[in-house]
Ligand binder design. Sequence first.
Ligand code: PGA
Length: 251
Amino acid sequence: MQKLIAATWKMNKTIEDAINFIKDFKKLAVNVKNAEIVICPSFTSLQAVSKELKNTNIRLGAQNMHPEDSGAFTGEISPLMLKDLGCEYVILGHSERREMGENDKFINKKVIAAFKHDINPILCVGETLEQRQKGETEDVLEDQLISCLKGVSNSKGLVVAYEPVWAISRGNPNAKAATKADAEECHLFIRKLLAGIFDEETAKETRIIYGGSMKPENAKELLSMPNIEGGLVGNASLDAKSFAEIVEAVR
Ligand code: PGA
């Protein structure tokens, strides 16, 4: 299975910054064939980045979307609008959005809407430090996955991102990622859950990627694990060179 490395810039970069990044990154990652690369800029840069990515095999993703096609939802962005811009992926259920009040029920609506519009959802799940310390990691992953995938019958294109909340850098380059063993254990558990929700075949075909302080120094190690099929990279994706190094780490 081809690994997937996605950059999520969160609330960073102006349009000009975004264009400069893509120009630099294209030069650095020109020969990359071993990984599927997705860039998820902020909404304001989607159009400019989409233009820059024309005629490349780098794909465009968004960081969020509303489940409805249109309507009175001030400040929201619909799946149709993302399709319009050429988005093939959308990140859903990120812990930073869950912290702002998004719950599994709402995330589930978004996942269903993404499939309806043929946008591949990158569904984020993961436990907080407190939940891990209480030994609740598996329960949390199970609850989140089952609730967010409720009513999904055809999950083709689904990507699950295991993102332990305690490992997310929040901009701190010294933050610690999960160990490869801890991450692998959770990825394997997620795969078992997917087999229960769908079937063995689907579980095997679904890419489970890791997010939380992935950087050039640890990418190779994490990506060498059998059940880690890519990365969702925040802080270390803001710099073209460091993101290119992570992409190069895929073997
Ligand atoms: P990070 O962010 O790489 O900065 O830890 C990852 C994420 O939040 O998806």
